[in-house]
Every structure is written in C-alpha cells, then in structure tokens.
Write a protein that binds this ligand. Sequence first.
Ligand code: ZN
Length: 395
Amino acid sequence: MSIIGSRELIRDINEKTILKTIFLEKQIDRASLARKTGLSSATVTKIVSILIQKDLVVELGESDSTGGRKPILLCVNKDYGNILGVKVGVGYLYIMITNLNGDVLSKSRLDYGEEADPVKITNIIKNYVDEQNKNSLVGIAIAVSGTVDPKKGIVLDSFLLNWKNVKLASLIKHVLKAPVYLINDVDSFTIAHLWKGKLVNYKNALVLTLGTGIGGSIVIGGELYTGNGGAGEFGHMTLIDKGNTCSCGSQGCLESEAGFDALATNIYEKTKSLTLKEAYRNYRNLETSQIDFLKLALKEDENTFKTVFDEYSYIVGIAIKNLINIYAPECILIGGEALEFSDYFLEKSIKFAKAAAFGNLGERVTFEIDNLGTDAWILGGIYKVVQEEMFYVEV
Ligand SMILES: [Zn+2]
C-alpha cells in the first residue's frame, strides 16, 4: 500500500510516534518531543492536543528549567486502560492486572490442577477478571514456556504443559473480548528487565533462568534477539553424553541434568532420610512440589543437599562458561526459582565460569540477579501488549 497521499495514515503514524516517545521518556515537554521525533513544533502541538482530548495523554506540572517560561510536562495517562497478564505455569496460573505503566493493581496465584486444560484455564482467567478488573482491558498477555506464534496466537510446543498447536489466543479472546498476545515466558522475563529491571543499562546480555525448567535468552543491541524464532534455549544444550533423557526428547541437556527434577532425584538417591525418601515418592510432578521437596531436603538432610548442590554449581558453571565463550556478553542476568537456594551454588558457579572462560572474557562479565521475581515472567508480555495495541500502526 502506498503511503503517499494517505493523510490519515500519516497522522496516525505521527500520533503513535508521539505517544510512544512520551511513554518511553515517561515525562517530556513539547519542545523536547519535537526534537526527539523530528516533527515540527506545530505538528507536535496539534497532535498532543488530540491525544489529550482522547484521554491518552495528561499534562503534569511544570518542569524544572533555568529561567524563562517553564514548559509543561506530558505523560501517558497510565489509567487509560488496564492490561491482564498471565503466566501459565505447571499446575498454576500466575495472574495480574496492571495499568499502562506496568504498575501492579492486583495479582494472584491460582491452581488449576494436574492437567493444563486450555478451556479450564480460560474460565479461571475469566472469573478472575470478572472479580478484579474495574477498568477496560487494552489487551491480554499470556506467557508460556515453549515456542509460540504470537501472530497466529498459537502455542506451538510446550513440553512442560504438554501442549502442541494449542490455539490459546482465540479461546481467551472469545471470552474476554480483548486482543491477546502470546509470549514465551523467558522472553517476557527478559523484556521486563529491559523495560524496568536489571538490563535497562545493558546493550549485550544473556539471561539464564534456573528452576524446574532452564531457560535463556539473548539481548543484542538492547533488544531481545529471537533468531529464526526460539533463540536462546540454553537449557537444551547438551552437557553430558548419553545423560538423562530430557523433556525435549534429547539426552544430557542442561535442563535434564540440572532442572529441579534432576536435583530431587539426586537427593533421593543419595539421602538416608526416610522422611525424604517418602516425600520424594509422594511428590507429584508439579513445580510447587519440586521446590517444596528441595526445601524439605535442606531441612532434613543438609549434608546431602549440599553435596547435590555442589555438583549443581559445577554443571551450571560449565554452562555459563560456554555461554561466555560464545557470546562475550557485558552482563549475564540470573533468574528463576533456584535463586531460593542461591547461597548453595551461585557464587561457586560464577567463580568457576569466570576462571574457566576463554582469555579474560570471564572477568569482563557483570553478573546481575533478578530483582523483579515472579512478576517478570508476565511484565514483558504486558510491555508487548502496550507496544502492539497503543503504538503499532498497520501499513
Ligand atoms: Zn532438552
């Protein structure tokens, strides 16, 4: 489609450009807005007044300025609409409602049982929204482990949820009448940190999340790098020849050697504690149970726990060393539920990786630890919804 002559389209693009710039700058005056966008002052003034009329932008007090008339600051109306975000975990949903800034208005963890039934999950989400949400929904972000096709709204493959080609977006959209954006949970985690977490100041970084599953992602030039779709599956690099069978079908993957299931099994095999042996046999294959089992092991048999986590620190260290040698990142951000036990492995893993990495690559890496917690798995998806629904223009 030709852009020439399409005044409405150009105005739409200018509107979205200005709105996005205000959003990213958080607070900005009209003159700076013109400088940043390259649009004329007259255009900026005109479009800003349209955005204020539409209730998308609000004027704040005057900004600090040295002498002369003080310019008025603009910001996006964070209460224009709400966004719903959901992480579909194994056995539970982590669900939250935020405003446009990603400030959390309500959140909850809701169990759905052993089977990840998309219809049941949709109903739980619908009930939560009916109870909690008082504002209109701009959009919905759904984060899942595995690969997704955000355009078609399909979960292509999620080993942990046992899903293949699940048309989740249309199911939820049908019930909640708002656009739905699917995102891989580690991608969401990474985008959340680029937006308002530990990666704000880095251009080239890696993310490694350690827990039941082991995930990863790559940041290049300040943006999430997805490759041909699905880049950064660090959990499925082979570490052990003919090792444990992995949920992905391969053998000896980092995840099958160092995911929570492998840790729990190692503890079960090494411990003499009857309480632990019994607990291991009883625990169902849910994330909550695995982490609970590991906590119990720390309490019941600290020596075995420490032995297993020593081995764990070594495996994680090897993985990090390999990643440093391949990517030479400025920063590696570590996240995931394993941080609960960080005292027992993290320092050792990092020390090993730094020493073993090629040349001085290891010494140049800064390690960061997740500070957003569970929210990060959803916030990146929420950021994507804001981008897609508020700033994107279809040409
Ligand atoms: Zn694997």
